[in-house]
Design a binder for this molecule. Structure first.
Ligand SMILES: Cc1cc2nc3c(=O)[nH]c(=O)nc-3n(C[C@H](O)[C@H](O)[C@H](O)COP(=O)(O)OP(=O)(O)OC[C@H]3O[C@@H](n4cnc5c(N)ncnc54)[C@H](O)[C@@H]3O)c2cc1C
Length: 416
């Protein structure tokens, strides 16, 4: 007879490791299914505001940390080249340390190297059939296999906007940004032709990795469909050329595309989700790992508590999990963020620059709280109202009504 574990976690990325480790740490019997060995290196690099880790006592998980973090919201050219100083540290995770942090807390988890193909939900347990033909059973299945999972239902609200980026880790003929610096957003556009300025806006995200190595990435906030990689690459090369910078050594290329406004899952389904599959990516910033670290332990405690009632089957356990993961306050905050992103997606280059310059002129605790989703609902609403009050008229109109047609980039005008 197949053994029934308490919880079966699908996936081997940050979300799967986080929830498996927190559950195991709470004394829950956990198994996992991941296609790669569970300590295989992750492909993405993960950035985070250092403050998010400080409040969790996890700053040691950073591999890089920048004190000099800035953005540029001028159009470019000498007069408007001034950087906006953020005055707060930004970091990149040491991916191995993050993985080991979670694996160290997940000692009791039994990992199966396989893929979850089919789920069958019974009244007391759920069966998962794997690619190898093996079947595993659990009282609760948590799908942490990323945003493309076929096992989690969510409403169809039309095309999902993706953040697309093309990046290069490499060495350059001259420093592409100042030594020791982190650039969150460089929206200067003096390297673009008039026609390119009417195309979807993109910005530079860049950092000095030390030893003469830099990471430079051309990024689009969010668009459906995502901005093609060849367009992003062309814009990045143009941007570098404008500043007389050539790539002399290409160490690594990053091709990034992930959904920003994925609708929240149907929270009555009998399978729980966590991470990208649970739409936990912040719709305004695209970040998620800080949120996993903050929300994982509470969710694990709620599930561990519910599991004590042996009469609860998969559907009831999943319901407890959904309530703990997406309480009303967080659902409403998510809707506000999605509304905001929808507005921003229609903005042209200059309106976006005005918007971000205004946004980052808010008090630091407001904008950082907004970007990390750590403000309670009422405070978030107050911050959004404050942003509105600070905004010039054309931006206010764009935030309430959407951008006027004459200001819409040509790609957005054709969308009716
Ligand atoms: C290039 C890129 C850069 C990003 N940068 C940042 C950043 O700087 N900071 C940040 O906070 N967020 C960032 N994100 C957003 C988000 O944090 C990541 O997408 C994150 O990897 C999502 O974690 P996840 O575990 O939910 O999904 P994934 O990382 O996508 O992991 C999914 C896992 O499930 C496994 N899997 C897939 N199918 C199955 C199956 N059928 N059965 C079992 N397992 C399966 C996969 O092999 C993988 O191990 C970035 C995303 C991308 C794509």
């Amino acid at each position: 007879m197949t053994e029934v574990v308490d919880v079966l976690v699908l996936g081997g990325g940050p979300a799967a490791l986080c929830i498996a480790s927190e559950l195991s740490h709470s004394g829950v019997d956990v198994a996992g299914i991941a296609p790669q060995p569970i300590d295989a290196p992750w492909p993405n690099t993960y950035g985070v505001w250092a403050e998010e880790l400080r409040s969790l006592g996890l700053e040691h998980l950073l591999e890089h940390r920048w004190n000099d973090s800035v953005s540029y919201f001028g159009s470019g050219g000498d007069a408007q080249d001034q950087s906006m100083v953020h005055g707060i540290d930004y970091g990149l995770f040491d991916r191995v340390a993050l993985q080991q942090h979670w694996l160290g807390r997940a000692q009791g988890v039994r990992w199966h190297q396989d893929t979850a193909e089919r789920l069958e939900v019974g009244s007391l347990k759920t069966s998962v059939t794997c690619g190898s033909g093996t079947t595993l059973q659990a009282r609760l299945v948590i799908d942490a296999s990323g945003s493309r999972t076929p096992h989690i239902r969510r409403p169809d609200q039309g095309p999902v906007a993706g953040q697309a980026a093309y990046g290069v880790v490499g060495r350059f003929s001259r420093n592409p940004i100042e030594t020791g610096r982190f650039v969150l957003m460089d929206y200067r556009c003096d390297h673009l032709s008039e026609e390119q300025c009417s195309e979807p806006p993109t910005f530079l995200y860049a950092m000095d990795l030390g030893d003469g190595v830099f990471f430079v990435e051309e990024t689009s906030l969010a668009l459906a469909p995502g901005v093609p990689y060849d367009v992003l690459k062309q814009r990045l090369l143009q941007r570098l050329e404008k500043r007389d910078v050539e790539i002399t050594e290409l160490i690594h290329e990053e091709f990034c595309l992930f959904p920003m406004n994925l609708p929240l899952p149907d929270r009555s389904q009998p399978v729980l989700a966590f991470g990208g599959s649970a739409s936990m990516v912040h719709p305004a910033s695209g970040y998620m790992v800080g949120s996993l670290l903050r929300r994982g332990p509470g969710l694990a405690r709620a599930i561990a508590e519910a599991l004590k009632n042996r009469e609860l089957g998969s559907a009831a356990l999943a319901r407890c999990g959904w309530q703990a993961l997406w309480p009303l306050d967080l659902v409403l905050r998510h809707q506000l963020y999605q509304f905001g992103l929808g507005r921003l997606m229609g903005f042209n280059e200059s309106l976006l620059r005005t918007h971000f310059a205004t946004f980052f002129s808010l008090p630091q605790e407001d904008w950082i709280g907004f970007l990390t989703n750590t403000l309670p609902l009422t405070r978030l609403m107050a911050v959004m109202l404050r942003l509105f009050a600070l905004s010039p008229w054309d931006l206010r109109r764009g935030l309430v009504l959407g951008a006027p047609r004459s200001q819409l980039p040509t790609w957005a005008q054709s969308k009716g």
